[in-house]
Design a protein around this ligand. Structure first.
Ligand code: TGC
Ligand code: FAD
Length: 394
């Protein structure tokens, strides 16, 4: 069998049959129902909402959660392969699924009350409700501990004040997981999580326009002005920054896999183009400099696949350290971005056209490199672990 240029280290060998079946099922869905929609959706700057119930029917939302809450009890590698196939279409499609499952449903599952779980997880899994996760603020992104959103006790409930920025799914969300610092006479205290429903007085979600990246993902801001919620809206298990950061681990894991899909789509497109496109009397694929680019892309992709698979197996064993997720997110996002840039260049002028996928992936991957912890944040997290010194600044 000739080697697959999209899988030079044969990561495929280490997948189980049931995992291959998951991947093939999602691949069919993506080819038949997602890819025909994404280009127009991206150009028009909207998420193709008709995919939401379909993703629910196919069990792609919160698939790793237990069946009693609407999940499929799926193991980590199968879950990762879902993310890989969704991002092969577009990072915005994967983002929808990883925010809904990894951030919102996971927050409710891990930190919510039984009542909150029963109320929200099944409709979120079916795609009948949409959630968003509000951690980042206009003045606090990489340093969420500096958040200014406040939760103050108000009788047997809470009053929330503050704003959140750059929140995926915010404009279409039925429920927002909002992270706020407790404020009392003693000053700022614990970081708490609240489930704030659309329509709650004082709560507004507005779309962010003019994005040049992640255009087929809905991104918005959240405003909270004296929003009154009951104690039952608070996630009872969340008491510190550790809670939202542990949710980020889930979404960063999704990115480690999703970026493999985006990178594979770019390499596939560039290779086919290079083999067909002639210049100076021969296919450009026959030229050394083009081969050098293609080899760098294929080699990076092979490493990305092995990284995703290894963190997946560690996760399945319950032995995945958050800093290993930092490594996988940091390296795979950067490599995917480099692959997309190379693909765009190999396509020449056609590489700037949305008729092809590479530039769309390239622009999306600029976001992927930034959100869920920037390249620098993960560098510093790794640096802190390997040197023992904290270089973040605080
Ligand atoms: P630090 O003192 O390090 O930690 C505070 C507490 O949290 C614990 N912790 C973690 N727990 C689980 N997983 C992790 N990855 C954790 N990192 C830290 C830590 O052990 C500690 O616990 P405890 O019990 O001792 O209190 O906190 P710090 O303030 O120094 O900040 C550390 C830093 C910079 C790494 C962290 O704040 C960070 O990760 N910053 C980046 C913020 C970020 O990634 N935001 C993402 C927002 S969501 C998003 O972008 C969604 S995009 C859509 C999509 O996913 O598709
Ligand atoms: P900053 O923190 O201001 O960083 C600016 C630059 O400074 C970066 O290059 C950074 O790496 C660098 N930097 C910061 N600190 C240091 C340091 N100590 N040393 C060296 N360099 C440093 N957030 C959510 O909560 N929920 C969401 O659903 C969500 N979705 C998003 C969707 C999109 C499309 C985008 C673009 C962002 C989204 N985010 C979301 C926000 C995202 O997580 C933040 O943008 C990210 O964490 C970085 O924060 P910032 O933009 O404030 O940049």
């Amino acid at each position: 069998m000739p080697l697959d240029p999209l899988d030079l280290l044969e990561s495929e060998r280490w997948l189980r049959e049931d995992e291959r079946q998951i991947r093939e099922a999602v691949r069919r869905f993506v080819d038949q129902e997602v890819l025909p929609l994404v280009r127009d959706a991206w150009e028009e700057g909207r998420f193709p909402r008709r995919l939401i119930p379909r993703m629910g029917q196919l069990g792609l939302l919160g698939a790793d959660l237990p069946e009693e809450y609407g999940g499929a009890g799926m193991e980590a590698v199968g879950y990762g392969l879902i993310m890989q196939e969704l991002e092969r279409a577009d990072s915005g499609i994967r983002s929808f699924a990883s925010v809904q499952g990894g951030l919102v449903m996971h927050a409710i599952y891990a930190y919510g009350s039984e009542e909150q779980r029963r109320r929200w997880l099944p409709p979120l899994a079916r795609g009948e409700a949409v959630g968003c996760f509000g951690l980042t603020e206009p003045g606090a992104g990489s340093d969420p501990g500096a958040m200014r959103t406040r939760a103050r006790r108000d009788g047997d409930g809470w009053r929330l004040n503050g704003s959140k920025m750059w929140i995926t799914n915010a404009p279409i969300a039925d429920v927002a997981v909002v992270w706020a610092r407790e404020e009392s006479e003693a000053g700022p205290g614990r970081v708490l999580g609240f489930l704030v429903e659309r329509g709650t007085p004082g709560f507004r979600a507005e779309p962010i326009h003019h994005k040049a990246s992640m255009r087929c993902s809905e991104t918005g801001s959240l405003e909270l002005q004296d929003v009154r919620v009951d104690e039952q809206a608070r996630l009872p298990g969340a008491e510190s920054l550790r809670a939202p950061l542990s949710c980020l681990d889930q979404a960063r894991y999704s990115i480690a896999w999703g970026t493999v899909g985006a990178a594979a789509a770019c390499l596939e497109e560039a290779l086919a183009w290079a083999q067909a496109r002639e210049s100076f009397g021969a296919p450009i694929a026959a030229r050394q400099m083009i081969q050098e680019r293609l080899v760098a892309m294929a080699s990076n992709l092979a490493e990305m696949r092995m990284t995703a698979l290894q963190v997946g197996r560690l996760k399945e064993a319950g032995e995945l350290d958050p800093v290993q997720i930092s490594l996988a997110k940091r390296n795979n996002a950067r490599k995917a971005l480099e692959i997309a840039r190379q693909a765009r260049a190999i396509l020449g002028a056609s590489g700037i056209s949305l008729e092809y996928a590479s530039i769309r992936h390239m622009l999306n991957l600029e976001t992927v490199e930034t959100y869920e912890g920037t390249y620098e944040v993960h560098t510093l997290a790794l640096g802190r672990t390997i040197t023992g010194f904290n270089a973040f600044g605080r």
